[in-house]
Design a protein around this ligand. Structure first.
Ligand code: CAA
Ligand code: NAD
Length: 277
């Protein structure tokens, strides 16, 4: 199949990589060539690492299936377009509107959103039956799950195609209703925000909070390290969406998270978050 990925940041480059690894031709679109070159580099490094553990992965073959562009016209004949751009509903709706006009009627439009309504994106298109959520996890090449989200109007055929694509990647899917934050983030993000509140209250240092959850609860990595990996701007957008959608004060955004994002401390991608990189 011809796949297109919009956004080549933390998630977009991983998503493009796993689609190409499972045999599909993938076009990746972003707003500048500089960002695209960075993604190309990240994908190449990741493939080399993975090929050392899995002889079936041949980096040169996978890289040959990837094409990088800043020109939306190149997405026109894709069978499936998945967006992994900034977590902002207005920006995503604009992209869905443009894709609906640009792409052939057969094209499925998917979103990797962490927290926004798939129905809200589908509503601006004339193909509500061919819109779904495909929520990958970070780091995409290593994480096994994809949450598949259907709205009331998503067709069974669209879901079956999404399921088949996930299977081809040797990943597992779960089905989840179009509800605030789906399953994983609904549980994970408030937990990470609670850890941020502990830092804010001076209960313990980030390193000790992370050590506590790694050694005391057997988590593979601590919540603050994970927040830095996810990106603090993305964390802020997700928790804010949960708070707005539920109007429940237990989901308020920690002030410290807002302050860090305002200072440009976005975690690993900006060089500073709860840790220095
Ligand atoms: N590509 C290829 N290889 C990679 C890689 C990548 N992108 N990232 C890491 N690796 C490699 C490492 O280099 C390492 O290789 P070596 O063994 O050769 O040194 C190997 O994979 C293992 O990595 P780590 O040493 O970092 O160790 P690990 O055993 O901790 O495994 C992990 C990595 C499974 C990702 C683990 O760190 C983990 O479970 N982290 C938590 C991830 C998580 O919770 N993700 C969900 C975030 S929430 C989300 O994604 C949803 C959202 O909407 C925000
Ligand atoms: P990121 O900031 O790393 O990357 C976003 C990319 O989108 C950037 O390269 C940016 O240039 C590009 N972009 C923005 N607007 C664009 C447009 N109109 N057209 C083309 N490209 C555009 O973000 P990310 O962490 O990769 O997150 C992307 C999406 O994936 C978000 O919806 C986020 O909630 C979701 N997500 C993130 C994680 C995570 O751990 N970071 C995990 C799962 C899902």
């Amino acid at each position: 199949m011809k796949i297109a990925v919009i956004g080549s940041g933390i998630m977009g480059n991983g998503i493009a990589q796993v689609f190409a690894t499972s045999g599909h031709h993938v076009t990746i679109l972003d707003i500048s060539n500089e960002v695209l070159r960075k993604a190309e580099n990240t994908i190449a490094k990741s493939l080399i690492k993975l090929s050392q553990k899995d002889a079936k992965i041949v980096p040169s073959e996978v890289l040959a299936r990837l094409n990088y562009t800043t020109d939306k016209q190149e997405l026109r004949d894709a069978d499936l377009v998945i967006e992994a751009i900034t977590e902002n509903i207005e920006v995503k709706k604009k992209v869905f509107r443009e894709l609906d006009e640009l792409c052939e009627p057969k094209t499925i439009l998917a979103s990797n959103t962490s927290s926004l309504g798939i129905g809200d994106m589908a509503a601006v298109t004339n193909r509500k039956d061919r819109v779904c959520g495909m929520h990958f996890f970070n780091p995409v090449p290593l994480m096994k799950l994809v949450e598949i989200t259907a709205t009331d109007e998503t067709s069974e055929e669209t879901i079956q195609i999404a399921e088949m694509l996930v299977k081809q990647m040797n990943k597992e899917s779960i089905h989840v209703k179009d509800t605030p934050l789906f399953v994983v983030n609904r549980l994970l993000v408030p937990f990470i925000c609670e850890a941020i509140t502990l830092v804010e209250e001076g209960t313990a240092s980030p390193a000790d909070i992370d050590k506590a959850m790694q050694l005391g609860a057997n988590h593979p990595i601590g919540p603050l390290w994970l927040a830095d990996i996810i990106g603090l701007d993305t964390m802020l957008h997700i928790q804010e969406a949960l708070f707005v959608k539920t109007n429940d004060s237990k989901y308020r955004v920690p002030e410290l998270l807002r302050e860090m994002v305002a200072r440009g401390e976005l975690g690993r991608k900006s060089g500073k978050g709860f840790y220095q990189y």
